[in-house]
Design a protein around this ligand. Structure first.
Ligand code: C2O
Length: 588
């Protein structure tokens, strides 16, 4: 672990106040308390909501700054947050496995829309799924709430399946961006900086509706604590009782406990990290630790790249590494055969209660990330802060929510129970076995060329390329200023199916590469996704500053980058190493 990141000391200890213990009301729990910093900006004032009601084109043309070409290229000169959908224009959604005519539109397309206001309710404390199973009173409440949700009339917005359709609509292109209709640009809340905030709101309303159904304003969703040793199996609250309303039939039952989750899972024979048992748990913990360590200096690496109005996920932007790990968990739960329902396909994922616990933990990991960065605002950019979505709330109102209002969970009146975070401990992570002690003669070295200027195929065999670093032997101050980032661009997936490749880096021996791929740097994972029949492109950005320290490769001029295909066929547009300005120098 980087010495300057005091992982263990960063989450403030929170003893239970005495009066809580005496009251006998809500049970006393240790919660994650945000650290306050002068950079925190979770509650910045909002611009007037009226601007949201204008057609995007009107706004942009009124300001005189947008040409059609610029819009099409997604390069907008003006502030351009993604606008809320026009619900009245909702249309059929599509999915790679389930076809082009999915009915995912909400039943409230003509309702009046109001601006979201913060709730005035007790602070809800989300607890780990492996803990709540021991609390029969809680389990009774949770199952009752879900049963009531399933029993709502099919066209009621609170109905369980209507709630699942919200995810389908925002993820499977039922909405087009207002002002970008010809050619249409769909609203997509994955693959970018919208991922974490949108899902935070989705869970927020879902949780409050469940609470409303059982008349309990302290009700919380449990989080699937998959970043801890005792949380790395599928939570039994969702698997043990096939007659429970929390049960779902469409899963890979071979992954039920005691099977251990593998962050490197992909379908088929090439699946996974190749580890089992304790070694697999350790491998996952090391991946989580690495994900945090590599992405603390720059929020894009953890949260995903910017995505602005009129822009689609394309070959130059992509998801953060937290989203990639989360994709693998989706795959691991969903059915192993295509169409991989329910969890393995965005259009159906919300039909499995486990979805909300997976996402509660993803949300909690964001909360921890933010805490580790001293509560620093991830993107001080109005295009992120003013990105806006629409939900149906626990008061049966249709509300408009902005990213800026969800950044401090306390304002949404929930937090997480503090549980041990084992990946913050010192771990004995397996490093590359190749060492400098070996002489060249002992290794079978291979010649590895540069990527070249043409796109390259990646399907059955690993693609190894030699990549120059912009600068070697960087000093501490330089590292604090700029983070070294491996960029893989124009990643096109040749099928609509699931896709995954892993990225490794190693130091070369002169111009030659050793047989060992080196250290795992990160991954590209995609659930099946259709996207109007187009080839969906993406990009991958991985922070490697700390990895080079681990590899003892800071003095290397070039690196051997190895892309290991796991499932799917790709075309790769380019591989480069860049130095990007850090947004959090203190934490390099
Ligand atoms: Cu919107 Cu876990 O996905």
């Amino acid at each position: 672990m980087s010495t300057s990141v005091g992982f263990l000391s960063t989450i403030a200890p929170s003893a239970c106040p005495l009066h809580d213990r005496r009251s006998g009301a809500a049970p006393c729990r240790r919660v994650i308390r945000p650290r306050v910093s002068c950079h925190s900006n979770g509650n910045a004032p909002q611009p007037p909501p009226s601007s949201l009601l204008m057609d995007r084109r009107d706004v942009l043309f009124a300001l005189g700054g947008l040409t059609g070409g610029a819009a099409a290229a997604g390069k907008l000169a003006l502030a351009a947050p993604v606008m809320p959908p026009d619900l009245t224009k909702c249309h059929d959604a599509n999915s790679a496995g389930l076809g082009d005519h999915l009915k995912c539109c909400p039943p409230y397309t003509s309702a009046e829309i109001t601006d979201y206001t913060f709730p005035d309710t007790p602070l809800r404390v989300r607890r780990a799924a492996q803990e709540v199973i021991k609390d029969s009173e809680y389990m009774e409440k949770y199952t009752t709430a879900v049963r009531l949700m399933k029993g709502k009339p099919p066209d009621h917005p609170w109905n369980f399946y209507q709630q699942a359709l919200i995810h389908c609509a925002y993820c499977n292109e039922a909405y087009d961006q207002v002002g970008f209709l010809n050619p249409s640009v769909p609203i997509q809340v994955h693959f970018s900086w919208l991922f974490l905030p949108w899902h935070r709101y989705y869970l927020h309303f879902y949780e409050r509706i469940l609470g409303k159904l059982i008349d309990d304003d302290t009700f919380t969703l449990p989080f699937w604590n998959f970043d801890s040793d005792d949380g790395m199996t599928m939570p039994e609250i969702f698997t043990a009782d096939t007659s429970s309303p929390l049960y779902n039939e469409n899963r890979d039952t071979s992954h039920y406990s005691p099977a251990i989750l593998d962050y490197k899972y992909s379908y088929g024979n090439t699946a996974g990290s190749g580890e089992t048992g304790d070694a697999l748990v350790l491998s996952n913990l090391c991946t989580m630790k690495k994900t945090f360590k590599q992405s603390l200096p720059l929020a894009d690496l953890f949260m995903g790249d910017p995505l602005r109005a009129g822009q689609e996920a394309d070959g130059s932007n992509g998801p953060g590494q937290l989203e990639s790990i989360h994709n693998a968990v989706h795959m691991w739960v969903g059915t192993p055969e295509s169409p991989h329902i329910d969890m393995g396909d965005f259009s159906t994922a919300g039909k499995d209660c486990i979805f909300f616990s997976l996402h509660a933990n993803v949300d909690r990991l964001w909360h921890i990330y933010r805490n580790l960065r001293g509560n620093k605002l991830e993107f001080n950019d109005p295009d992120w802060l003013d990105s806006t979505f629409i939900f149906y709330d626990e008061n049966e109102q249709v509300v408009r929510v902005k990213v800026r209002d969800c950044l401090n969970p306390n304002n949404l009146r929930y937090t997480y129970e503090e549980v041990p975070i084992p990946w913050m401990n010192k771990l004995n992570c397996v490093k590359t076995t190749e060492t400098k002690e070996k002489t060249k003669a002992e290794l079978s070295l291979v010649r590895v060329g540069a990527f070249g200027s043409e796109p390259r195929e990646l399907s059955k065999t690993a693609l190894r390329v030699m990549v120059s670093r912009p600068k070697k032997s960087r000093k501490k101050a330089e590292k604090e200023d700029k983070v070294e980032v491996l960029q893989i661009k124009d990643i096109a997936v040749d099928t609509d199916g699931p896709a995954r490749f892993d990225v490794y880096i190693a130091a070369p021996y002169g111009d030659l590469a050793g047989p060992d791929y080196g250290d795992f740097a990160g991954t590209f994972v995609r659930l099946p996704h259709k996207g109007k029949g187009k080839k969906r492109k993406g990009a991958l950005k991985l922070g490697i500053t700390s990895l080079l320290e681990d590899l003892d490769a800071e003095d290397a001029e070039k690196l051997v980058v190895t892309l290991v295909p796991r499932i799917g066929e790709f075309t790769i547009g380019g591989v480069a190493i860049k130095l990007l300005q850090t947004d959090n120098p203190r934490l390099v």
